[in-house]
Design a protein around this ligand. Structure first.
Ligand code: NAD
Length: 456
């Protein structure tokens, strides 16, 4: 198969490299000339484990190339995938589809022979219909089908996710398009990767519903963590006990500072907007998004409280800036809200992230970036763990204790053992866990009063 990937960011580059690895001939196109020059020079513009090797192998075997020019590759393509960004539209939270529609207008004149136009970008219900309309208007003669094929990979484990997906969703009712999509993904379904065919609108909605559900799962366990802190329970035990139920599953039950990243926040907002437009509000998703936003700001307050009520004039060491480990992606990372709130409260921030600092520098000004974790925390008034990079789990804790000016540690990812931290003399705050079991208390008096009133 000859495949063109229009947009070579996290999704386009990983998908393109994996398709080339399956044996297809892939051209990754991007309008960002610097990105393409880097790729042509053998450099990978993003951090994604294993991607450099995969790209190098397919390039050496002549199945993967990069260009800014769509005109050379599109006419010969069996399938053109659209993998451009769909960020939140400024002001209203709808998905900004301007890049997707621009891509459709660019590729329309280049279609030659039967061609699939496949939307891999996350797009709201009905976008496929509009892409079809745009292309048909520009090229009434063209032989094409528009297919939805949302992507479910996670940054940090993108290649593994792409090659061993839980499912591949294909939205088209056109039998010829279904056959071509099955051929493109043939190595995966030979390998038991289930291929789910559905109509285009259902396919578009599956992606949003899946992301909203996962975001809700995280938000749910975060609120249960708040309750654990009040009642003297341990969120890690609670999450494990809940997650072992096969109907629930243990993934996405790790309490933390609230979700961020390039997908969950913007996709939740876009789904909320679609539902409102169709007069079918998603009240659970609306509440989830609000609770998550509030949580990120509550984390700043938690750190300030751990520092004795004020961070004015203090230096706070922040370890981890990316929205999760094993990526350099800073989009909507909780670190942005947390660092901003601490700076507003008068703190100086010193930060270290293993891969995210180049991106962070472009967004987080007035932060002092350190070269490693120990340099970051030396002389600081408190240490905050925002992202659970593996190397932070392995820190030499007695050395950390020695280097910190005050032994305050706020661990927003629960990566350390409470007893060990206490034994080392840290003043340790974490999420949904208390070092000492709380004295068994009655519910707050206000609640008792409500019970009495009800009886009356
Ligand atoms: P990204 O910003 O990393 O990459 C998008 C790329 O498209 C950029 O390099 C940009 O220069 C390029 N581009 C934009 N318009 C173009 C055009 N007309 N021609 C050529 N190139 C163009 O975005 P991403 O994270 O890869 O996300 C892409 C889509 O995939 C989004 O809809 C996103 O929601 C979805 N998605 C992302 C992830 C993820 O983990 N990042 C996972 C699943 C789905």
């Amino acid at each position: 198969m000859r495949i063109v990937m229009l947009g070579s960011g996290y999704v386009g580059l990983v998908s393109g490299a994996c398709f080339a690895d399956f044996g297809h001939f892939v051209t990754c196109v991007d309008r960002a000339a610097d990105k393409i020059s880097q790729l042509e020079a053998g450099n990978i513009p993003i951090y994604e484990p294993g991607l450099g090797e995969l790209v190098a192998r397919s390039r050496a075997e002549g199945r993967l190339n990069f260009t800014t020019d769509l005109t050379g590759s599109a006419p010969a393509a069996d399938a053109i995938f659209i993998a451009v960004g769909t960020p939140s539209r400024r002001g209203d939270g709808h998905a900004d589809l301007s890049y997707v529609y621009a891509a459709a207008r660019e590729l329309a004149p280049l279609i030659k022979g039967h061609t699939l136009i496949v939307t891999k970008s996350t797009v709201p219900v009905g976008t496929g219909d509009e892409i079809e309309r745009i292309i048909r208007e520009l090229r009434p003669d063209a032989d094409f089908a528009v297919v939805s094929n949302p992507e479910f990979l996670r940054e940090g484990s993108a290649i593994e996710d792409f090659k061993r997906p839980d499912r591949i969703v294909v939205g088209t009712e056109d039998p010829r398009a279904q056959k071509i999509m099955a051929d493109i993904y043939r190595p995966l379904h030979l390998n038991q990767g289930p291929l789910l065919f559905t109509d285009r609108r259902s396919s578009e909605l599956i992606k949003y519903a899946a992301n909203a559900f996962l975001a809700t799962k995280i938000t749910f366990i975060n609120e249960i963590a708040n309750l654990c802190e009040k009642v003297g329970a341990n969120i890690q035990d609670v999450a494990r006990g809940v997650g072992l139920d096969g109907r629930i599953g243990s993934k996405f039950l790790h309490a933390g500072p609230g979700f961020g990243g390039s997908c969950f926040p913007k996709d939740s907002q876009a789904l909320i907007k679609t539902a409102q437009d169709f007069d079918s509000p998603l009240r659970i998703v609306e509440t989830m998004a609000r609770v998550n936003d509030e949580r990120k700001n509550a984390m700043g307050q938690r750190i300030i409280a751990a520092c004795g009520g004020s961070v004015e004039g203090k230096t706070i060491a922040v370890l981890g800036l990316t929205f999760k480990p094993n990526t350099d992606d800073m989009r909507d990372s909780p670190a942005l809200a947390i660092v901003g709130d601490l700076q507003d409260a008068g703190a100086a921030i010193r930060a270290f992230d293993p891969k995210g600092m180049d991106q962070a520098r472009q967004i987080l000004a007035s932060v002092d970036y350190a070269n490693d974790a120990y340099a970051c925390l030396a002389g600081a008034d408190a240490l905050v763990i925002v992202t659970e990079w593996e190397q932070f789990r392995a820190l030499d804790l007695p050395r950390v204790r020695q280097l910190l000016r005050c032994p305050i540690v706020v661990d927003l990812r629960n990566i350390y053992r409470m007893e060990e931290m206490a034994a080392l003399g840290f003043d340790y705050t974490c999420i949904g866990r208390n070092l000492l079991p709380l004295a068994r208390t009655e519910p707050p008096r206000s609640e008792l009063r409500i019970v009495t009133n009800n009886r009356a």
